[in-house]
Structures are given as C-alpha cells and as structure tokens.
Design a protein around this ligand. Structure first.
Ligand SMILES: O=C(O)CCC(=O)C(=O)O
Length: 332
C-alpha cells in the first residue's frame, strides 16, 4: 500500500490528486482566540514549559509556536514554521554554503566531480560560468552528513567516522527538544537532504541508530514537500501531509520507526517572495548564542542572498537530526 501511494504522488506524467494531502493550516479554525481542529486528523498540542524556554535568533517566541499532532500517527509532531524569514534564510544558507564542506561527507561521486567540488560544493558552483556545468553540479548535490556519518552501504555508524556537529544546529535542536520534553536529547548525527524539484526520497525506516527511542528532528526549508508517514509495515496506508518552509517535524514514540518518504516536491514559493528585503528585528539576544552573526546579518542583504534565493526557488532542503548513542554510552 505504501509503495502504491508513493507512486501515485510521484507520477510525473499526470498531476496527482492532492485532495487527500493534509494541509495543517486548513485543518484548524480560530474560535475564542484559540485554534481548534475542525476535523479529527490534526490536534493542537500545547507546550507547557514555554515560559522557561529561551529562544534563539531566527526563531519566534515559543509562546507563538503552533504545534500539532496527527491523530492517526501517534508520536508525529509538527510545529508550523516557528522561524522568522531571516531565520529560514540563515539555515538555508548554512545548508548550502557551510555544511557540504570537508570534513563533512557529501554524496558527490569522485569519478564525476573534482576534489575541489567535493570539498566545497557551493563555492565551486558559484565560480562556475558554464551554464550546463552549473546545472550538473547543482543538481548532483543530494546529501551531506556530519556528526556520526551514516554508512549507506553497511547501514552502520562507526566511531571513527565522525565530523564535528555544528554548535548552532545543536542549540536549535536543543531548543525544540527541550520544548517537547526531551531535554536529554543529544544531537549526534545529521543528514541534510537536498531536493531539487522532481527529486524524491523513497520509503524507508531509520533504524541504524543504536538508540531507536530518541526522537528524530526534521527541519524543512524552501519549496513544499509531500511527506508520507506510514506504519511499521509497508502494508499500512500512509497519510500524506504537506511540509512547508520552516516546518519542524518530530518523529517520536510510536512513529520513530515508521515508514516515511518524500514522493514529490511542489513549487509553492515564487522567487519574488524569496528575494524580498527583510526588515524583521530579532528579539533574541544574538550575543549569547552560538550562531554565525555575520551570516545572520548578511542574509538580510538582497545581493548576498541572491544566489541562495536562486537555489531555493526550485528546491527544498531538509535537515534531519538523530541521537545515535544510548543514554550513558560515550561511544559506539
Ligand atoms: O526530507 C524529509 O522530510 C525526510 C528525510 C528523511 O526521511 C531522512 O533523511 O531519513
């Protein structure tokens, strides 16, 4: 059943029927200043400790987060875009400019790409003046890993295969983990997935981590994904849900080991929106946090932002973060 639904949404020759795709914003109605679900698919989740959370630059105050669960998929939590425009730009730029750089690992094949491209993809992409070569380099980037690197052949993590986990991303993940009651969560492995429109990620479960009970944290930026969340077997029919720019999804509890996939990316944001000048002022104290302050400032400058905007115009980026080790373990 999972594979059939995947195929229906993936199908390139016809436009798929999107009527069953869950759009969280359409499932909630406002009443008495409170959001309520007008169906039984989506439920509002209130976060009890908002007052004690210290947010970070680029993230809205936790008091303003809109957090939901999916009734048929216990453990799935979606926070609808808790980022400011500057925050979304910051994380998109980190994923494009900084994360796919040595010592992090990228998918680019050494037979097809020079060491210069494999060690600093974004720099070489933007030095490239040949349109065909630019497109080849751009579309080839599909993932980068850091922290513990997942070995896609053996499907195991290896103590010797690690690169540093960025402090700003660790703080970001820590904020959401704390908000949802996972204060002990340790971000130890990340994969950033790059999805040019037309690309997909087929159905799978994430079970290589020795720790299979810590939740997965997933951050989406750029164009919209149709995300399929299924059950523990491929027989179960998945639910399709839109993940939009800025959305944070957590796969916790029962859903942690469920099948999931991305059968389609839908272009929903025009480049005009992506390149607007931003004036937003961030209230969070920029000095006390781990973010790259220069980058946080620069992404508000249209000229600086322009190459990033061009990439995001027809792509989606997903940051997927896991805890690898079991509590108390210090290595694999
Ligand atoms: O792109 C997504 O939303 C999902 C990514 C994912 O499932 C993975 O990295 O294992």
């Amino acid at each position: 059943m999972f594979k059939l639904v995947f195929k229906q949404y993936k199908c390139k020759s016809t436009s798929p029927d999107l009527t069953e795709v869950v759009k969280i914003d359409d499932c909630v109605v406002k009443g008495n200043d409170q959001e309520k679900s007008d169906n039984n698919i989506v439920q509002r989740l209130s976060i009890s400790n908002v007052e004690s959370l210290q947010t970070m630059p680029g993230v809205k105050s936790p008091k303003d987060w809109r957090t939901y669960t999916l009734t048929n998929h216990p453990g799935i939590i979606v926070i609808r875009n808790p980022f400011s425009e500057r925050g979304r730009r910051y994380w998109s730029a980190r994923c494009l400019r900084d994360f796919p750089r040595t010592p992090n690992i990228v998918n680019l094949n050494e037979r097809l790409f020079d060491e210069s491209v494999r060690s600093d993809w974004w720099k070489q992409l933007n030095l490239c003046s040949d349109g065909v070569e630019f497109q080849r380099i751009k579309s080839a980037m599909r993932w980068t890993t850091f922290g513990y690197h997942h070995n896609w052949d053996t499907k195991i993590y290896d103590e010797e295969m690690q690169s540093p986990f960025p402090e700003d991303l660790s703080s970001l993940c820590g904020l959401f983990a704390q908000a949802l009651g996972y204060a002990d969560f340790k971000p130890e492995a990340a994969i950033v997935n790059y999805y040019p429109v037309g690309s997909t990620l087929s159905g799978h479960t994430d079970h290589s981590e020795p720790n299979k009970s810590a939740p997965l944290f997933s951050f989406s930026f750029g164009q919209t994904a149709i995300f399929l969340i299924g059950g523990r077997s491929l027989e179960e029919k998945p639910t399709a849900i839109y993940l939009q720019s800025g959305d944070v999804m957590i796969m916790s509890g029962e859903s942690r080991l469920c099948y999931h996939a991305v059968p389609r990316i839908i272009k929903t944001q025009a480049s005009a929106t992506l390149s607007l000048i931003i004036e937003d002022v961030d209230n969070a104290d920029i000095k006390t946090r781990t973010i790259d302050k220069d980058l946080f400032h620069d992404v508000g400058n249209p000229q600086f932002w322009e190459p990033f905007s061009r990439y995001m115009d027809d792509s989606r980026i997903n940051i997927n973060i896991r805890q690898v080790l079991n509590p108390g373990d210090v290595k694999l």
